[in-house]
Design a protein around this ligand. Structure first.
Ligand code: PGA
Length: 257
């Protein structure tokens, strides 16, 4: 973390879990366990149908609501899609784009991820742009070049003012939902590379202002070590964000330093 230049962000990704009826009790338990004074932004990215409930429940404990996906289109005949305007309308402040599960199961390309990020920025929503290599790519030592390529592709056409409103999440695919976390050094190495790509594209001032998160089996036990790294500004948390006590402990881990 580096609080002098950028925000620390702990974002949960509920994926396709929980129900509307569970939102309020979840937030109540989270609130009871979370440190009162905190120096980080806390976000929960829920299925779209739960965003309103999250906005309502999260209001008095400063937990923001986010989506998990958005349409690249503004509006119209796109059955099943949800637009950036609709996310704004229900009170979402953030939205994940390019998660590896969407890239894999919905064949999302780098250029689609880029269009989605731009759709969000045009409506004032913070895109949490996910990148990360497969195990095969890591074993072939392609991690750095692949992640750098993904970051460049996702940011195409995004200007210097907009980059400061983006969050990048480094999520090695082999660490997602597997219980196999990247070591703090492995995660730092890639997050630092991501920052250097941003530096080359937008300059040093912009690069140091962008929050870069780590995601992939981050939990209450390993969070502090990962967050101690200079280029890891928070986490995108799947499994552990479904348990309020664990998620609260990750938020508490940002209090170090
Ligand atoms: P995980 O998921 O924490 O369950 O590994 C992270 C993510 O997919 O964002």
């Amino acid at each position: 973390m580096n609080r002098k230049y950028r925000k620390t962000v702990i974002a949960g990704n509920w994926k396709m879990n929980q129900l509307n009826s569970g939102v309020k009790p979840f937030i109540e338990e989270l609130k009871a366990n979370m440190p009162k004074a905190r120096n980080c932004d806390v976000v929960l990215c829920t299925p779209a149908v739960m965003i309103q409930a999250m906005v309502r429940a999260g209001k008095d404990c400063r937990v923001a609501a986010g989506g998990q996906d958005v349409s690249k289109f503004e509006k119209g005949a796109y059955t099943g899609e949800i637009s950036a305007d609709m996310l704004v309308d229900v009170g979402a402040k953030y939205c994940i784009v390019g998660h590896s599960e969407r890239r894999e199961y919905h064949h999302e390309s780098d250029s689609l991820v880029n269009e989605k990020a731009k759709a969000l920025l045009s409506r004032g929503i913070v895109p949490i742009i996910c990148v990360g290599e497969s195990l095969e790519q890591r074993e072939k030592e392609l991690t750095m070049s692949y992640v750098a390529y993904q970051v460049r592709a996702a940011l195409a056409g995004i200007d210097a003012a907009q980059i400061r409103r983006c969050i990048i999440a480094y999520e090695p695919i082999w660490a997602i939902g597997t219980g196999r976390t990247a070591t703090a050094e492995q995660a730092q190495e890639v997050c630092s590379e991501i920052r250097s790509v941003i530096r080359k594209l937008y300059g040093a001032r912009s690069a140091r202002a962008v929050s870069i998160l780590y995601g992939g089996s981050m939990n209450a036990k390993n969070a502090a070590e990962l967050l101690a790294m200079p280029d890891i500004d928070g986490g995108l948390i799947g499994g552990a964000s479904l348990k309020p006590v664990d998620f609260a402990a990750i938020v508490a881990a940002t209090a170090q330093e």
